[in-house]
Structure formats: C-alpha cells, structure tokens
Design a protein around this ligand. Structure first.
Ligand code: UDP
Ligand code: MG
Length: 327
C-alpha cells in the first residue's frame, strides 16, 4: 500500500526540518511505501529553500509551490491532486500533530474505515479564542450534519483515495470532508491523537475563522441535504411565504369588499404583498437552482450516487478493483 502524506505549510521555516525528521522516522518504520507532499502555500520566509534541501536528499518528497498564498484548504486540495497513494494522510507542518499517531490511523484504515480523523482530546491551544469557539463549532457541525465527531478542526486525518477523488474543496471546507463524505455513505471513525503546543512560528488564524467555518457549514448542509433537489427547499419556503401572503390578502379583500374596512392604513396589506413577492422569488430561485444543479452534476460528470462496489458485472466493476489491494 502506498501512503501519501500531504502537508500544507505557510511560513514554517523553524518547523520543517524537525517535522521531516520525525515524520520520516515514523514512515520508514512502516512496511508500506510512502511519499511526502509538501505544499508551500506562498511562504515568504526560508520555508521553500529548506524544503528544496530536503527534497534533494529524498526522492519520496514532492514540493508543490504556490505562486501566492491560497489558503490551507486550497493547499490540501493541491496535495490531493498530486497524491498517488492508496491512503492519504493530512497533517499540519507546525509540529502540533504528532507523526507517531500515523500508525494508529493506518490501523483503522486497514480495519476498513474510509476516513479516520484525529481527535485532539487534550488540545494545546489558548482556551478563550481557540478551544471554546471550536467546541461550539464542533457541536453545531455535529448537530447540523448528523455526523458525530468530537473534533473537525484536527488536520491529522487519513482518507482512502476513493473519498478524496469525489470531494471538491472550497473556502474553509477541508474540515468538512468527513461530513461531505458522510453524504456519500462513507464509513468513518475517530481516534484520540496527541496534540502539542506550537513551539516555533505563529498561528495563521484568529477568532474570525469560527464565523467563516459556520458560514461554510451552511453550504455543506445545503449540499448534503438538497444539492440534488433545491426546489424542495426553495419551493417549500416559497409556498409557505406566498400562501401566507395570499391568505392575508384574502382576509383583507373580504374586509374591504363586504365590510367596507379601508385598506389605506393597514400595514398587513404591505406584509401580504411582500410575502407574495418573496414566495414568487423563492420558487423561481428554486427552479434556477434546479437548472444549476443539473449543470453542476453533468458538467463535472458528478454522479448523484456513490457506489461501494459492483458485484458480478465485469464491465462496470470499479477500475481499482482490478488490482486487488493487499490488506
Ligand atoms: N497554513 C497554510 N496556509 C494558510 C494558513 C495555514 O498552509 O493560509 C498551514 C500552516 O502552515 C500549518 C497549518 O496550515 O501547517 C495549520 O495552520 P495553523 O497552525 O496556523 O492553524 P492552527 O493550528 O492554529 O489552527
Ligand atoms: Mg497549528
């Protein structure tokens, strides 16, 4: 089995060599072959030079160097594009994740899980601006996606390549891969991993990340539940809003026609008109979204289903089933 370790980094000059040494030690102790893919996300310090020195001495190292800073999620996406392994492991470059946890993740992958995520049960970060918001965010994510993990933010994760192939990443989405994958019917689990305080360099994020994560969650929730049937969300909202508007308008009409109640000073009339308008808007938006959903799936050849395997039909058997995976 080939392992690909994907490591996005931005200005981590003091961490890279230490990380590489520690990681390499763990990787050579495994019986699997490995490759390490560093994604230099537009570093402005000596990170790239140090990476090049490491690469010169190790054929299993690949460096993907970005033209500018595109963000951690984009860096991971690049890593996935260049990874050739059966199993892909992601981790931070700042030594906060412990490479010695990798065998633990691999063991779970061998047990048959497609996604194994790390849980920083003893997280070494500031409480008020990091751990607390992330506790709240984790709860919200669990509740909305129906995936119950303790820690979505931990970068140390292992994925089967089939999962990665199907997931496109945008925004701050890398933490939602398990949630997105759950929509594919993937088997996932989590393991407790070691977390260490940052010794060198500074964190690249502040409190504002929590808000961005929550906004991304909205997208994920929508993609998970309604991406293939948007009219069912927008249409429902449209019908409710439009229906209420029509009902109010009907009452007002009856009052005006049969009881002579003047309409000029009734705010309800405004409300009715607004609700009807919004109702129409929602329904047309739903229809447009239906068109979009078709473009989305068909332009990318993205199926609306995910097959685990096909039994008995040679022609449609999954390509990677032709080379049996050694377990
Ligand atoms: N990182 C990156 N691009 C960015 C921001 C961060 O590649 O735009 C990398 C960073 O070098 C580190 C990892 O992503 O390897 C996690 O970042 P950080 O340690 O700042 O996040 P925290 O651990 O504080 O959540
Ligand atoms: Mg960190």
């Amino acid at each position: 089995m080939l392992l690909s370790v994907v490591i996005p980094l931005l200005n981590e000059e003091d961490n890279i060599q230490l990380l590489y040494d520690e990681l390499k030690e763990v990787l050579v102790s495994l019986e699997d072959k490995h490759e390490i893919i560093f994604i230099d996300d537009g570093s402005t310090d000596r990170s790239l030079t140090i990476l090049e020195e490491i690469q010169a001495g190790d054929d299993n190292v690949t460096i993907v160097s970005f033209r500018r800073n595109f963000g951690q999620t984009a860096a991971m996406a690049a890593g996935f594009d260049y990874a050739r392994g059966e199993v892909i492991i992601t981790m931070d470059a700042d030594l906060q994740n412990d490479p010695h946890d990798i065998p633990l993740l691999l063991q779970k992958v061998r047990e048959g899980y497609d996604v194994v995520t790390g849980w920083r049960h003893d997280r070494k970060d500031a409480f008020i601006n990091r751990k607390l918001p992330s506790m709240i965010a984790n709860k919200i994510i669990s509740l909305t996606t129906g995936v119950s993990l303790h820690d979505y933010g931990c970068t140390l994760k292992a994925f089967h390549k089939d999962v990665i192939k199907c997931v496109k990443l945008y925004g701050e989405m890398h933490r939602f891969i398990p949630a997105i994958a759950s929509g594919m019917g993937i088997d996932f689990t989590e393991v407790k991993v070691n977390h260490r305080a940052r010794r060198f360099g500074a964190t690249k994020y502040g409190i504002s990340r929590t808000l961005r994560v929550v906004l991304d969650l909205l997208t994920v929730k929508f993609l998970l539940s309604y991406a293939t049937r948007p009219i069912q969300v927008f249409g429902l909202m449209g019908v409710l809003s439009g229906g209420l508007g029509v009902a109010i308008a009907a009452v007002l009409t009856v009052q005006k026609q049969f009881f002579g109640v003047p309409l000029g000073d009734r705010p309800l009339l405004l409300l009715a008109v607004m609700l009807i308008f919004i109702g129409f808007q929602f329904i047309t938006m739903g229809l447009l979204a239906e068109l979009q959903a078709r473009t989305y799936h068909e332009a990318q050849n993205k199926p609306v289903y995910h097959v685990r395997r096909v039994i008995g039909d040679k022609k449609f058997a999954r390509v990677d089933n032709e080379e049996p995976v050694s377990s």
